[in-house]
Design a protein around this ligand. Structure first.
Ligand SMILES: Cc1cc2nc3c(=O)[nH]c(=O)nc-3n(C[C@H](O)[C@H](O)[C@H](O)COP(=O)(O)OP(=O)(O)OC[C@H]3O[C@@H](n4cnc5c(N)ncnc54)[C@H](O)[C@@H]3O)c2cc1C
Length: 431
């Protein structure tokens, strides 16, 4: 028997589960399908290898969905300070004292209690599944993928791998970077594979939970520290952290092959001196990184959100924050469409979604690319330029703090003069 829904969301990752919850709250009948089984959490287990820096804007959104307190009741680590600096050494480095090329933001300076939280992806996802389950209009179907999509005049028929069929006015592809829904809808992508990859390492270190997240930029790629919760209960005096090491694939393959102890020593030697003393390597995994953008955000009765629509260089930890903004925008437009008694797949609403989200996502992609190229470069003029840039950021605390409040999601908008300035950047207006 075919079950009928207003919206079927394919992919109950962080973005899909959030969107399904929000739509359920707005009175839509929603199915959310994931080929994986429900995420689980046990307080004594080591952290998930995948963690994300969640912005203040994301925190507000997850509060609205009733997921934030669930996250806090599991595990989340707030950070009050964020620092970046250039670790590349070059004869021109001597022109500028090292302290001038470090930029640090702190919560006091930005008049806020914290800059963001580091949260394990499985914790965020589980909190959102619980919120989705609490909505009477939402049905979660876990453990199976989609076999086919058959478009019709007024709805689309979805056949699951176990041959169940569903019918929906609109299908949302929230099934990640390798989205099968995007392919089934015939939507292509433009893709740029970076020459660097990212290796994420879960570690324990000696000392209390740090309240800072930092990133040192080397010509081969950044090396980052993200604080996690205390390990006190099982390992007195120790805390958990997640490290990210960006480098060439061959270098990361070599590191992946090392014993835990050899890797620990190599990290201690290669990371900035701010890294606390590591006591244990728990897990490591490497991820290819690519900038990828769907050619269109919708086609017929299919619309994309999150990583299925766009992936960006994770060096500033913005990927899922952008995906949550997609979900918020799409939810608001579908609510309007419903209020206006329109078809949920009416192109006027889906076009408006693409018009709002594509430029914002593209702007963030371009900013990350600029950072990537500026910092992964050994040529002296660029080295000097980025150091001057960091020096200028240090010297202009007001503008810097305004931009930082926006970038970290503390403010919803850039202050008007700065917004006017960014609007004048060639190319952005045409996006
Ligand atoms: C090294 C690294 C570090 C990162 N750090 C950050 C950070 O600090 N902050 C940040 O904001 N972002 C970060 N990101 C990006 C972030 O992880 C992604 O943007 C985010 O996971 C995207 O969420 P999503 O729900 O769109 O997709 P996904 O997380 O990929 O979820 C997709 C879901 O769809 C399901 N699925 C897939 N195919 C099918 C199918 N055919 N049928 C049914 N279900 C399917 C999957 O099981 C999964 O549950 C990082 C990424 C990397 C690689």
């Amino acid at each position: 028997m075919t079950q009928a829904f207003d919206v079927v969301v394919v992919g109950a990752g962080m973005v899909g589960a959030a969107l399904a919850t929000g739509l359920g709250r707005d009175g839509f009948k929603v199915a959310v399908i994931d080929r994986s089984s429900a995420p689980d959490f046990a307080p004594e287990t080591p952290p998930d290898i995948r963690v994300s820096a969640l912005s203040a804007g994301t925190e507000r959104y997850l509060q609205e969905l009733g997921a934030w307190n669930r996250i806090l009741s599991m595990r989340a680590t707030p950070y009050q300070r964020l620092a970046v600096w250039d670790e590349a050494r070059h004869p021109l480095s001597n022109l500028m004292p090292r302290t001038l090329t470090e930029v640090q933001f702190d919560a006091d300076g930005l008049k806020t209690s914290h800059l963001g939280h580091i949260v394990e992806n499985s914790v965020t996802q589980q909190a959102l599944w619980q919120s989705a389950e609490a909505e009477p209009g939402v049905t979660i179907m876990a453990g199976q993928g989609v076999s086919t999509l058959t478009p019709g005049a007024e709805s689309v028929t979805i056949t699951l791998e176990d041959q169940q069929t569903l019918e929906a006015r609109l299908v949302v592809g929230a099934d990640g970077a390798q989205s099968a829904i995007r392919t089934m809808a015939g939507i292509g992508v433009s893709r740029n594979q970076y020459s660097q990859q990212a290796m994420v390492i879960s570690v324990r270190y000696q000392g209390p939970v740090e309240n800072i997240t930092w990133q040192g930029f080397y010509p081969s790629g950044p090396r980052a520290f993200l604080p996690l919760h205390s390990a006190e209960a099982t390992h007195p005096g120790e805390s958990w952290a997640s490290l990210v090491w960006y480098d060439a694939p061959e270098q990361l393959a070599r590191l992946k092959g090392l014993s835990d102890e050899a890797l620990r020593l190599e990290i201690q030697r290669a990371f900035p001196s701010q890294l606390p003393l590591l006591t244990h390597i728990e897990a490591r995994a490497s991820f290819p990184i690519a900038r990828q953008h769907a050619k269109r955000y919708f086609s017929g009765r299919v619309v994309l959100a999150g990583d299925s629509a766009h992936t960006i260089n994770p060096l500033a930890g913005q990927g899922v924050n952008l995906g949550f903004q997609d979900a918020q925008c799409l939810q608001a437009l579908l609510k309007e469409a419903k209020r206006a008694h329109c078809d949920l797949a009416d192109p006027q609403w889906l076009r408006s979604y693409e018009h709002q989200r594509r430029p914002a996502n593209r702007r963030m992609m371009m900013t990350m690319d600029l950072f990537y190229h500026l910092f992964s470069n050994r040529t002296p003029p660029l080295h000097l330029l980025r150091n001057l840039g960091l020096g200028a950021a240090r010297a202009l605390p007001f503008a810097r703090n305004q931009v930082a409040r926006y970038a970290m999601g503390i403010d919803d908008r850039l202050p008007a003069p700065l917004a006017r300035l960014t609007d004048r950047i060639p190319g952005l207006r045409q996006l």
